[in-house]
Design a protein around this ligand. Sequence first.
Ligand SMILES: Nc1ncnc2c1ncn2[C@@H]1O[C@H](COP(=O)(O)OP(=O)(O)OP(=O)(O)O)[C@@H](O)[C@H]1O
Length: 257
Amino acid sequence: MKNGYSIIVNNLRKSFGNEEVLKDVSFKVKYGEIIGILGLSGAGKTTLLRCLIGLETPDSGEIIIDNKKIVFDKNKSNNKNQIRKKIGMVFQQFNLIPRTTVLTNVLIGRLPHINERGIIYRIGTYFGYFPQKDVEIAKNCIYKVGLGDKINSKVSKLSGGQQQRVGIARALAMEPIVLLADEPVSNLDPKTSEEILGLFKLISKNDNISIIISLHQLEYAKKYCDKILGLSNGKVVYYGSPKNLDEGIIKKIYSKK
Ligand SMILES: Nc1ncnc2c1ncn2[C@@H]1O[C@H](COP(=O)(O)OP(=O)(O)OP(=O)(O)O)[C@@H](O)[C@H]1O
């Protein structure tokens, strides 16, 4: 089991035009830790997650994932794709292919690994052929999220909570060391939201995967996260245990300034 930090972020800055959205953001995440990002709408939560997965290029600062620094410079050798394979993403809108089966959706999470094996494998997946080894990994992930009886069901026939479980299984099929989830429960009712957050917690502990979740509900963050990252106007105003969150800190997180 890996110890130490899966992600280290140092002095990250990101602007869009004249608006500086991330202002000197620094934090470290241990393997197996679950982090909740809290902040007002527009605080920079999504931008931070997008920087971590390489969808946005920071203006300056450092991101180290699994002890490897991400190279942002377009002119230098780019290791972004290698790093990206270590990070799975779970979306608010699930981002699944509704007319296909749970298994097919989860197998998509295997593509970065399969494509790496060469053009023949890549063509195979295009025609729906997936190596048995990858099918087994995908099935295991489906069992892990509690959908063992739905492997061949169409995603469109599943409830919202079940669809989000498929999204989690697809991210797990990448065999990541970090899972990022951007408001993964905003489209779910309270009971289902808690089930999904409970599943994240279980995965982080059982599989030693770090999970970073942006959340709008303070109560959920307190109940399910090991640490809270409070972002206000692009700045980290709190990083620590939910136990130490007091009224003053909560006010700071949810203030505009
Ligand atoms: N691609 C972009 N181009 C220009 N501005 C952007 C872009 N992406 C985000 N922004 C701006 O950056 C700021 C932070 O946005 P971000 O989506 O990161 O906030 P958030 O905390 O995730 O908000 P929410 O809780 O509403 O999702 C906002 O002012 C937003 O308009």
